[in-house]
Design a protein around this ligand. Sequence first.
Ligand code: GUN
Length: 293
Amino acid sequence: MELLDGKRIADQIKVEIASEVETIKRNGGTPPHLVAILVGHDGASETYVGHKEKACAQVGFKSQVLRFEDSITEVQLLEKIQKLNNNPDVDGFIVQMPLPKHIDEQKVIEAIDPKKDVDGFHPVNVGRMNIGLPAYVSATPDGIVELIRRYNIPTAGKHCVVLGRSNIVGRPIANLLSQKGYPGDCTVTICHSRTPNLKEFTTTADILIVALGKAEFVTAEMVKEGAVVIDVGITRVEAPGTKLGWKLLGDVKFNEVASKCSYITPVPGGVGPLTIVSLLKNTLKAAKKEVYG
Ligand code: GUN
């Protein structure tokens, strides 16, 4: 069994990105510029945006957080987005979710110019990705693909079972791994909460991707010997006696599943660290005008 060390791969990719930024600057260019819009004071969102700012600094990007109070109206927020769409100094931007209830998240996503949508949430990017055109791919599926690629895990002809059908993980990763080429050419099955006899599917998986958000849902008897297991779950549970009083659990019962696997992601330290790197990769692509020309 080998651990898929997302932290190590993320650090490696950051070094590669930083070196590209150096080259851009050496050639007289300006570093990529990412803006994050943060509405309100949600603790988790503050933390995520803080991590994104730190990662930008690590690779030499210019970054900026635009903060607004919960009281901002939808119209006002849409105006801010238009300004960023029209600002040639900004290569890409994100609007941190969730937004307050009085703001329609889908409307906000669709207001972002797809050329600057480095989260890959705009339907134009989702659609382009689905038909195999250059696109900004959203962070989690891109992170999974990157992990598979960096570990040279064979995918052609493999049966990949995806647990979960969300628009941000299950559906896009199922699509990407079924596309032609590497990493892809998989036969993909999507399972979800209404799938009967889940074990019948999971035990046939060469690659099992779990994105259910149910702590320790996948047990050893559900996994085939030698499978590659990628765990996207992160659930915070109480852990009395630990320094923080809580810990993070994946969707896979790591302790009993790991010994059956050829590769498995730890939680934390698996897919998670690669999600921020995906945002950096997309911002670099935006600055280099690689996706839309
Ligand atoms: N909230 C949780 N994850 C994300 C993300 O990847 N992008 C944005 N914009 N909001 C989030």
